[in-house]
Design a binder for this molecule. Structure first.
Ligand code: CU
Length: 275
């Protein structure tokens, strides 16, 4: 904790002019219990010991860019480190998160997909080395329809559903999932700069905003997560779905494919894969 406090001083003094334009997962519900999330725009030394949301010192909530997709920061946010506790949740139920920042949800112009992954911790997630986590995709939504909630001609995307639902998003935990602790990796991707991409790991391109949450799955399920991958291998940033110029291609993208691995077979139950 001392190193986090020391870092706080550096961040506060060097980034005070950064526009605090991005929200964070500030609220979490699981099994009907509400948890405070984490807002790195606030007092970094006030990180709650009772939150299942991973810590980040990423003031302003700025994105991870394609050239950083092989860096550990893509696993659980820039400067991410383990939460101290895990929220109990029953398989087959929804974890709900709320993106929020100073009275706002998510910036409307940051249209893009919402993607969710889980990885077993094989022990307490408070102690797991994040570089050992192997994630499977449990849900994804990308382009929704050609309505134009942003009045920008760019269509209606999963992130717009978050905004329209007061910042909230539901993530179905696969039914029958074996008990134990898991990291939930909930991710928004913004496509407004995607047309600037020059291919895999380019300097500019789609923006990635992951947030990790520790879960303790209860019950007597038997589904073991298999086939998961290190989050540093999920994307290159050169996928068509991360290079789409949404400013110049109109609001209709019925063929849009959310990048990354296929949804895990263990999550392919009613509605779980489309949040
Ligand atoms: Cu932004």
């Amino acid at each position: 904790m001392f190193s986090k406090l020391a870092t706080t001083v550096v961040f506060l003094s060097s980034f005070t002019s950064v526009a605090l334009s991005h929200s964070f997962v500030q609220q979490i519900w699981a099994n009907g219990v509400h948890y405070d999330g984490w807002d790195a725009n606030g007092d970094l030394s006030a990180y709650p010991s009772t939150t299942p949301a991973w810590f980040t010192a990423n003031r302003g909530g700025g994105p991870i860019n394609p050239f950083e997709l092989r860096d550990p920061m893509i696993i659980c946010a820039r400067g991410g480190s383990n939460a101290n506790t895990s929220a109990p949740v029953s398989p087959g139920t929804d974890v709900r998160v709320r993106w929020w920042m100073a009275g706002q949800t998510w910036p409307r112009g940051h249209h893009g997909p919402v993607i969710d992954y889980i990885a077993p911790c094989n022990g307490p997630c408070s102690k797991v080395d994040m570089t050992t986590l192997k994630f499977v995709k449990i849900a994804q939504r990308g382009w929704i329809d050609s309505s134009d909630p942003g009045n920008d001609g760019e269509g209606n995307w999963a992130t717009d559903l978050i905004i329209d639902n007061d910042g909230q998003w539901n993530i179905r935990i696969p039914s029958g999932l074996a008990p134990g602790e898991y990291v939930l990796r909930h991710e928004l991707v913004a496509l407004h700069p995607a047309g600037k991409s020059t291919g895999p790991y380019s300097k500019e391109g789609a923006e990635f905003y992951p947030q990790c949450i520790n879960l303790k799955v209860t019950g007597s399920g038997t589904k073991q997560v298999t086939g998961g991958v290190d989050a540093r291998t999920l994307y290159t940033g050169g996928e068509p779905g991360f290079m789409l110029n949404i400013h110049e291609t109109g609001p209709s993208h019925p063929d849009y494919v959310v990048p990354g691995p296929a949804v895990w077979s263990g999550a392919l139950t009613a509605r779980s894969f489309e949040a």
